[in-house]
Design a binder for this molecule. Structure first.
Ligand code: 2HG
Ligand code: ZN
Length: 468
């Protein structure tokens, strides 16, 4: 029987899409790539995933795992040949169990992140991964790309939130690793290989995830600053003063406020006068009635008196808090309204971040004078989205310079001990960057791992590693 016939036999007709119906799975959300799928399989059980992979392995057909399609590097998009099968995990979407006493839950790959957060909350627990796309991204994609977001400085990235994984290997074998143990010192950490592997080593079908005490007190402020250096100093002051209760610390440039106010209904500048930079700071605690607002106001007051802080506004209620977060979270959307732009997801040690901004901004001003710099993001993690924005025809001209700009900014990050991909992964977009910046020994090990786990090269071909 041909492969499609076999797949139909495994899935039943309705769960195998072909032709036009595949379109939503054939391009990434940034529209960087448009591929063509052989078909889209939408399995409903781990057993079906296992049988699909065994059949594809036998037929040497590439498989492209697909979650919420919110990735930034084209990792979930098939190539243009029409020979790769897209494997959507969306129908594997049960929260299998919650163990509040162990502070853990088990969720299938197709669970939307916000549903996992809600499931944890329903048991009086907190699942801390939080990102702009949490209403549509799926936990399998979060795991496979080792997603970051706005709480990393307190809870770590997705990799840090995992206790165990269930994975289907390229040949269809199932790796049953859904342990809920916090201590298990038994040899190589095989499961860790699949986190951040972007579906190139196997398909994650479920995960055992860490939970935390529910958040019962928060305090949020938007703080005006003269320069990024002040943000790094303020972050340290807040961490010290609060008993390390800072759960988010995000940098926003003036242009971020201008673009969101212009394009996003309901967004407005909450401060009276414009400032060059802002930090969105949030403290949080599991203790109800914790006086975090007073603590935040007091620390910001002292920072204002010393000249570090220029102005600040504290959220007085949940509505105001949501409004402050909306400014930060809609910057990518506001950027889309402005037309084409270039994105760079760099990280450096937090202490080196001001230097990166100074040197990076100077390079942009000298070499790409028409471009507007929108540098924002996760200061607490040393991770900035160092994006350049054009306008109309300028935007198209900017795209032509993408290679040169990328080289300069990624080289600068590397020179400061940083990374060219802090939280968005490699996908198809950054394969050449990985080849350039990864130490040769590490790259060789990655290829060796790939060959060992996927000898026929069927798992997400061409993503992360070239020719693999
Ligand atoms: C964010 O932090 C995302 O909002 C998107 O990682 C960043 O669009 C970007 O460059
Ligand atoms: Zn980000």
């Amino acid at each position: 029987m041909d492969l499609l016939g076999t797949l139909r036999g495994i899935l039943g007709g309705g769960d195998l899409l072909a032709g036009e119906a595949c379109a939503p799975f054939e391009s990434d959300h940034r529209r960087l790539y448009r591929g063509r799928a052989l078909a889209v399989a939408q399995p409903r059980s781990v057993e079906q995933v296992a049988r699909i992979l065994a059949a594809c392995n036998e037929a040497r057909v590439g498989v492209v795992p697909h979650g919420g399609n919110t990735g930034y590097c084209g990792g979930a998009t098939p190539d243009e040949t029409g020979t790769q099968l897209v494997l959507s995990l969306a129908r594997l979407n049960r929260v299998r169990s919650i163990d509040p006493g162990n502070y853990s839950l088990i969720a299938e790959a197709g669970c939307v992140l916000a549903e996992v957060q809600r499931a944890a909350a329903s048991a009086g627990r907190h699942f801390p991964l939080s990102l702009g796309s949490e209403g549509s991204c799926q936990i399998g994609g979060n795991l496979s790309t080792n997603a970051g977001g706005v709480h990393v400085l307190r809870y770590g990235m997705m990799r840090d939130l995992v206790l165990g994984l269930e994975v289907v290997l390229a040949d269809g074998r199932v790796l049953p690793g859904l342990t809920a143990l916090r201590k298990d010192n038994t040899g190589y950490d095989i499961r860790a290989l699949f986190l951040g592997a972007e579906g190139t080593l196997g398909v994650i079908t479920a995960a055992s995830l860490k939970l935390f005490p529910e958040i019962r007190s928060t305090a949020t402020a938007l703080v005006a600053l003269a320069e990024p250096r002040a943000a790094v100093t303020l972050l340290a002051q807040l961490r010290d003063a609060s008993g390390d209760a800072v759960s988010s610390f995000e940098l926003i440039p003036r242009i971020g406020i201008e673009l969101t106010s212009a394009h996003i209904p309901g967004v407005r500048d909450p401060l009276g006068a414009p400032h060059a930079w802002y930090a969105l700071c949030e403290l949080s605690s599991s203790r109800p009635g914790e006086p975090l607002e007073a603590l935040l106001a007091e620390t910001l007051g002292a920072a204002h008196a010393s000249g570090l802080v220029q102005d600040a506004v504290l959220a007085r209620n949940e509505r105001e808090r949501t409004a402050l977060w909306k400014i930060r979270e809609t910057i990518p959307e506001a950027q889309r309204h402005e037309g084409p732009g270039l994105k760079h997801d760099i990280s450096v040690p937090v202490s080196a971040l001001p230097q990166f901004v100074e040197r990076g901004a100077a390079w942009v001003a000298a070499h790409v004078p028409g471009a507007r710099l929108i540098a924002y993001g996760h200061v607490g993690d040393g991770n900035l989205h160092f994006n350049l924005q054009g306008r109309g025809a300028e935007g198209a001209a900017l795209l032509e310079r993408s290679e040169e700009v990328r080289r300069a900014l990624h080289d600068l990050a590397a020179a400061l001990g940083g990374s060219f991909s802090a939280e968005h992964g490699i996908g198809r977009l950054k394969v050449a960057e990985l080849e350039r910046y990864a130490p040769a020994t590490e790259l060789a090990l990655m290829h060796a791992v790939k060959r060992a786990l996927d000898p026929n090269g069927i798992m997400n071909p061409g993503k992360v590693l070239r020719g693999a």
